[in-house]
Design a protein around this ligand. Structure first.
Ligand code: C2E
Ligand code: MG
Ligand code: MG
Ligand code: MG
Length: 279
C-alpha cells in the first residue's frame, strides 16, 4: 500500500541519516585529532602597498600535512569538509591561530595592521562564525579592525537574509569584510548594495593576463570601476610579474599580493621578510 511504502521510505531515510550522522561524527573527531596533533598550519602571504612597497597586511592560508596523504592544499580538502559539514571546527582553529600569530609578531616588534582570514560559505551561514570571531579576538586581545574576513560570492548569494544578519554582527565587532575572487563566481551584484562590504579582491584569474590580454585588461578596469564608484577597497591577488604590478598600480589599485613579493610564509619567515621591507 501507499502507507506502507511511505513508512518504508521513511525508514530508509532515517537509516541513511543515521549513517551520515555517524560518518560526520567520525570525521569530526578525526579532524579534532589532526588539529591536536598539529597537522594543520597556517602560512602567511604578505600584502603590499603597491605604491610604496610597504607591508600592509597578510592573508592566512591553511596547509594540512597528513602522515598518510602528505602536504595538502586547501583546494583538496575544504570542499570535502564543507560537504561533510565539519568545517566550522577547523574554521574556528584558523581564526584563533591567525589572531595568536598577529599577537606573537607584536611581541616580537612587528605590528601588522591587518590579517585576512578566509571563511567558507558554510561557516558564514552557520551559527558559530560570530561567536568564533569574538572568541579569537578576546583570546588574542586584538581589536576587531585588525581582522579582515574574505568571503566568496557563493556564500553571499546562497542566503542573503542570513548573510545580512551575520554581516551586521561582524561589522559591530569592527571586522573588515571583503569579497574574495570577485567576478569569478556568481556575479549577483545585488549583494553589493545590500551588504555592508568594505572591499573586493580582484581574482588572480584576471590579473594573470594583464597587460597583454585585452579581455583581462577590460575586466580589471571594470572591477576597479565598480570598487571605485561604490567606495570599496580593492586588493589584487596573484601578482607574479613586474608588468602586472605596474598595470595594477597605474589602474589605481593600492594593495596587492602575489609570488612577485612572496608566497605564503611561516610565522618566522614572515617576520624575517617584514624586517627587510621599507619601514
Ligand atoms: P584564495 O583565498 O583566493 O587564496 C589565493 C590562492 O592563490 C592561495 O592558494 C595562494 O597560495 C595562491 N597564490 C598566491 N599568490 C599567487 C600568485 O602570485 N600566483 C598564483 N598562481 N597563485 C598565488 P592556496 O593557499 O592553495 O588556497 C586556495 C584557496 O583555498 C584559497 O583561495 C581560499 O579560498 C581557500 N583557503 C585557504 N585557506 C583557507 C582557510 O583557512 N579557510 C578556508 N575556508 N578557505 C581557505
Ligand atoms: Mg582569500
Ligand atoms: Mg583567489
Ligand atoms: Mg579562492
Amino acid at each position: 500500500s501507499k502507507r506502507a511504502g511511505h513508512r518504508r521510505d521513511w525508514h530508509l531515510f532515517e537509516a541513511a541519516l543515521g549513517e551520515r550522522h555517524r560518518a560526520r561524527l567520525r570525521l569530526e573527531s578525526e579532524l579534532r585529532r589532526a588539529i591536536d596533533k598539529g597537522e594543520f598550519r597556517l602560512v602567511y602571504q604578505p600584502q603590499i602597498a603597491l605604491a610604496s612597497g610597504r607591508l600592509v597586511g597578510a592573508e592566512a592560508l591553511i596547509r594540512w600535512r597528513n602522515p598518510a596523504l602528505g602536504e595538502m592544499r586547501p583546494d583538496r580538502f575544504i570542499d570535502h569538509l564543507e560537504r561533510a559539514d565539519v568545517m566550522a571546527g577547523l574554521g574556528r582553529w584558523v581564526l584563533g591561530e591567525a589572531c595568536r600569530q598577529v599577537r606573537a609578531w607584536r611581541e616580537r616588534g612587528l605590528t601588522l595592521p591587518r590579517i585576512a582570514v578566509n571563511v567558507s560559505s558554510r561557516q558564514l551561514l552557520g551559527d558559530d562564525l560570530v561567536r568564533h570571531v569574538r572568541a579569537a579576538l578576546a583570546e588574542s586581545g586584538l581589536d576587531g579592525d585588525v581582522l579582515e574576513l574574505e568571503l566568496t560570492e557563493h556564500a553571499l548569494v546562497e542566503d542573503l537574509p542570513d548573510t545580512e544578519t551575520a554581516f551586521a554582527a561582524l561589522r559591530a565587532l569592527g571586522v573588515t569584510l571583503t569579497i574574495d575572487d570577485f567576478g569569478e563566481g556568481y556575479s549577483a551584484l545585488e549583494y553589493l548594495r545590500r551588504l555592508p562590504i568594505h572591499g573586493l579582491k580582484l581574482s588572480k584569474l584576471f590579473v594573470q593576463g594583464v597587460p597583454a590580454a585585452a579581455s583581462d585588461v577590460a575586466i580589471c578596469r571594470a572591477v576597479y570601476g565598480i570598487a571605485h564608484h561604490l567606495g570599496l577597497d580593492l586588493v589584487a591577488e596573484g601578482i607574479e610579474q613586474r608588468s602586472q604590478l605596474e598595470f595594477l598600480r597605474e589602474l589605481g589599485i593600492r594593495r596587492g599580493q602575489g609570488f612577485l613579493f612572496a608566497a605564503g610564509l611561516s610565522g618566522d619567515d614572515f617576520l624575517d621578510y617584514a624586517r627587510r621591507l621599507p619601514a
